[in-house]
Write a protein that binds this ligand. Structure first.
Ligand SMILES: [Zn+2]
Length: 91
């Protein structure tokens, strides 16, 4: 798999570190009960299809990226810096 870093161009996936699902939103305030936090930290859907993930370009520019890809085909729809992500955006 190759990822098109917005700063470095198309690079091999070995230059990147996978950093998890980008969709869960951290509970805050009175909504952050023990059960809700457990679910946020430990429980993930094993989705198939389009999925947004955090990736870190560790071997080059050190950018944190959001990669939107199909988990069945590994086809990448889009790659953009985390800083450009709108708050509250989910897949
Ligand atoms: Zn890069």
């Amino acid at each position: 798999m190759r990822i098109a870093c917005p700063y470095c161009g198309l690079r091999d996936v070995q230059e990147f570190a996978y950093a998890g699902d980008s969709c869960p939103q951290r509970p805050d305030g009175p909504d952050a009960t023990e059960g809700v936090m457990f679910e946020y930290v430990y429980l993930r859907d094993n989705s198939h299809g389009i999925h947004e993930e955090f990736w870190y370009h560790a071997a080059a520019c050190n950018a944190w990226l959001v990669v939107r890809r199909n988990t069945l085909t590994h086809a990448i729809d889009s790659v953009f810096p985390v800083k450009d992500r709108k708050a509250g955006t989910e897949s």
